[in-house]
Design a protein around this ligand. Structure first.
Ligand code: 5GP
Length: 210
């Protein structure tokens, strides 16, 4: 049974380009919210700060962490490994901090299946349309521009995982999307009523995949 004073685990996943990283960073500014900083074997992007955005490690180090069973979850995404180490997450939760995860559906599934003694809320963020997604992916840095097509194709697969999340939120407007997620987190933490229309989401997914 989760203990009332413990923090809550909050997972945000989305197909690449739906704006999840910005949302996680905004939520982390709230009192008592911490981001789980992932390890990855991917090369840093020019804008990224090591040990803040990610712990950038090579494959040997990543495998060592796997063998030492240090990961709460890990997965291969776009040919690179990504994982969340257990100790900082558990320490934060035990000291009452809510922990935000910016991880993909594979990691979300692993954490869900662990059935840990902490409350878990999962969000899947979707773009308003395929056109907007294409535009957002095309506006990223040069290296990513080359793989826009690949990520658009990946989107078709990733979007199907929406069904395994507690909430799906559409990111048409960053501010509104943030407010929606924040109000759902507050409602979850305080056992309040949740303003959520699953039918509307189902129809939106149908549009995105047609
Ligand atoms: P990016 O390379 O664009 O930063 O991230 C690619 C994908 O990997 C994103 O969907 C992101 O959420 C996911 N990701 C980042 N860190 C982790 C992690 O620790 N575990 C898992 N399973 N996915 C992660």
């Amino acid at each position: 049974m989760p203990i009332d004073n413990d923090g809550v685990m909050i997972i945000l996943s989305s197909p690449s380009g739906a704006g999840k990283t910005t949302l996680v960073s905004l939520l982390s500014k709230l009192d008592n919210f911490e981001i789980s900083i992932s390890h990855t074997t991917r090369e840093p992007r020019p804008s990224e700060i090591p040990n803040k955005d990610y712990y950038f490690v090579n494959e040997n180090e990543f495998k060592r962490l796997i063998n030492n069973q240090e990961f709460l979850e890990y997965a291969k995404v776009f040919n690179n490994f990504y994982g969340s180490t257990r100790t900082p997450v558990i320490n934060n939760l035990n000291s009452g901090k809510n922990v935000l995860f910016d991880i993909d559906w594979q990691g979300a599934d692993q954490i869900k299946n662990k059935k840990l003694d902490y409350r878990l809320v999962t969000f899947f963020i979707l773009p308003p349309s395929k056109e907007v997604l294409f535009e957002r992916l095309s506006n990223r840095d040069m290296k990513d521009k080359l793989i826009v097509g690949e990520r658009m194709k990946q989107f078709e697969h990733d979007v199907l995982h929406w069904i395994n999340y507690d909430y799906v939120v559409i990111n048409s407007d960053l501010e509104k999307c943030y407010e929606k997620i924040y109000s759902l987190i507050k409602a979850e933490i305080n056992n309040g009523s949740k303003d959520y229309d699953k039918d509307y989401i189902r129809k939106h997914v149908e549009k995105l995949t047609s």
